[in-house]
Design a protein around this ligand. Sequence first.
Ligand code: 6PG
Length: 472
Amino acid sequence: MAQANMGLIGVGTMGSALALNIAENGYDVGLWNLDLAAVDNLIASAGDFASRLVKRESIQGLVETMPTPRAIILLVPAGAPVDLTIDELIPLLSVGDTIIDCGNSDFRDTISRTKRLEVEGLAYLGVGVSGGSEGARHGPSIMAGGTVATYASIAPVLEAISAQYLGDPCVAHLGPDGAGHFVKTVHNGIEYADMQMIAEVYGLLRDGAGLAASEIAPVFRSWNRGALESYLIEVTAEVLAAKDPITGEEMVDMIVDQAGQKGTGRWTVIEAIRMGQTASIIEAAVGARVLSSEKATREIAAPLLMPAGIDTMVPISEHDLQSALIVGRVLAYAQGFRILDAASEEFDWSLDFARIAEIWRAGCIIRSTILDDIAAAFRTELPQGRLILSEHFIKVLTKNIAGLRRVVSAAALKGLPVPALAAALSWFDTIRQARGTTDLTQAQRDYFGAHSFHRIDEGGSHHGPWHGPKDA
Ligand code: 6PG
């Protein structure tokens, strides 16, 4: 298959970075953007790579000047802008051309766009790109979905621009149509969970131990040299150490505590629930961002809702906080891979969990040392996504769970919120409970709705001695 010629639409932060990365790797790229000044700025600042970047005055001009087969990358905001751009491209493209959506699109949109383009004889790749603008510029982690043949036509470019982990490009073809964007969505769900648990630990050190941000920074810096080594812990240490250039105060103290979100964390939770899965740690993280936006209510509630039973003196050790983050991180990944497992089954994607863990080891936002262990666990012992049952992670969880237990207990006594860490602990205690409490739930369902239950000593469906359904 001939290698495609490259075009790129959407020269924002991510688009500019990706264009420079592609050019640096020896490919010419035609560029178009709604505001053409952005293309001029990019080329003016591209230095040695400027000669490989070519401005086009219109989408039509971009398409007409590209030899076939064409591969046109979209880096426009997810949603309607992607559809509008596709609408414009369809009449201009030729059979065999490919559109590559590198934004954070909803995988359901990617599935329907793929079908729509197939009818026109055009190919579509839904590609998740992680690593922020730095990653896009110097090597992101790339999660691709589409046909094998379409992926093959663009694979050399994607392999060249992706991050490398010990020489292994962090890019993979993960399955058809929406598979790549789904995996990127779950990546972001795990990202939300990890960020939230880090924020909770920061909160315990700030409000529980009374430390200043610059005193907390070295704690995260030291954790980054151990089992928690990861991009997000590294970033946390740097952010906490930063001073506000305007006031000289700790930078983080000058930032309003209201977190934004663009949707991928929420989509992870929605899809998990749709498939009958639980993503409680990720849900807690999404919920924490939602509640953060209720700043006005929180300010009114603060003096009014002073709970009884607060024990500000209960101690929390740094060692326990580290353990709590280790367990929380492992369990967030475990939930993420269970969602991927369910989706693989539901959409018949045959996702390769080991490969997914491998391509997350460099370039992406959730890159961390434990991904190497996760990849090894999936490669060697676990055919399907039950990470907590791997020999390695049983040891990690057993070693650190007491720390998480003490942290969650102490946070409750101090009256400090740790929704994601508490969700992690509850999930752990539920999944390891051979006899749970839904025997009672089943009895209630049978009592008021004659839903029946299974007996432990006999097959078939049964009813209890409460004489059939009663009015609810
Ligand atoms: C990445 C990031 C990136 C971005 C997301 C999340 O993998 O590079 O996940 O895609 O940070 O858009 O953004 P929100 O926090 O705004 O939802």
